[in-house]
Design a binder for this molecule. Structure first.
Ligand code: ZN
Length: 303
């Protein structure tokens, strides 16, 4: 904050001396400004406020430069796996910070510093390991808390037309009732958004040839989950966890692009850029769905 002080003092000194401060305000204040003290005080306050704003943003130029590097290079671990950078989470980060500024801009760093302040972190505007881990912890906290196994009478069997695999067996098409209704409302809203250009039927359903937003995986029984684990014992994926949110019937994997459920960075890089994924980040919350940050396709109904 030292720089802010210096700039403010310089601006104040310049103003007190009656010298033009056109270079500071940039708004063409005249050199013939009358030496009326009221006018001068008002002008001084405005000029200082403006100068403060500009200085605040410029103070974060260094942070922005750090963020440009860390976006691709921050070393962190998740699920025992080495991770690199946070660029795959740009959309989630922007949504958390409620900003549309580019992650490498001074504005972004300034907004981040305010978030850091609230989170009790060093408000330096740099998305470093501490800050990123705090953000991930917030995302994880917002997920489904009740992991109780689905009640059989709480499950419905959705039609094949809702599924990515149009030949998916009935026992693999079960979804918790309210989750399913919320999904259908969400699909309706997505179809109504012309920017997504989802192919659909006259009845407001996704068209058979449309892949986006179809369900890849819904309720998974204990038996099916065990079978998946036997097939790939070293998967180590959260999706194959013993206590999977999929066993609640409230977790849905949607097709959001690329290879449906592949966690490779290169695949996720494709998925997080699709219009549907970005739409989900902005809108799914309205329908009661929360993301699992690491898997762009995995959403949980938390109501
Ligand atoms: Zn999933």
């Amino acid at each position: 904050m030292k720089k802010v002080h210096v700039a403010v003092i310089v601006a104040a000194v310049v103003l007190a001396g009656g010298v033009s401060f056109g270079t500071y305000s940039g708004h063409g204040q005249s050199q013939n400004q009358k030496n009326d003290s009221t006018v001068k005080a008002a002008v001084t306050v405005t000029a200082l406020a403006r100068s403060n704003e500009e200085t605040a943003a410029s103070n974060f130029r260094g942070a922005a430069a750090r963020n440009a590097t860390l976006q691709n290079e921050l070393e962190w671990t998740f699920g025992g796996k080495q991770q690199r950078g946070w660029r795959l989470y740009d959309s989630l980060i922007a949504s958390t910070l409620k900003t549309s500024s580019e992650p490498i801009s001074s504005d972004f760093a300034l907004t981040l510093s305010n978030w850091q302040k609230k989170a009790g972190l060093n408000p330096n505007g740099v998305l470093d390991e501490d800050t990123f881990k705090t953000m991930v912890a917030e995302w994880q906290r917002n997920r489904l808390k009740d992991r109780a196994y689905a009640q059989p009478n709480g499950l419905i069997t959705a039609p094949t037309s809702d599924f990515y695999d149009s030949e998916r067996l009935p026992e693999l098409r079960q979804v918790e009732r309210n989750t399913y209704l919320a999904y259908k409302r969400m699909v309706e809203a997505a179809i109504a958004d012309p920017s997504l250009n989802l192919r659909h039927t006259g009845e407001g359903q996704l068209a058979p040839e449309e892949k986006y937003f179809k369900i890849v995986s819904a309720f998974r029984s204990r038996e099916y989950q065990n079978q998946l684990r036997r097939q790939s014992p070293n998967a180590g994926s959260a999706g194959l966890a013993v206590n999977s949110p999929h066993s609640t019937g409230r977790a849905l994997d949607f097709y959001v692009g690329g290879d449906p459920v592949d966690t490779n960075d290169s695949n996720r890089a494709i998925q997080v850029k699709t219009p549907l994924y970005q739409w989900l980040v902005r809108n799914a919350g309205r329908f009661g769905f929360r993301p699992y940050f690491y898997e762009p396709w995995h959403w949980e109904y938390i109501k």
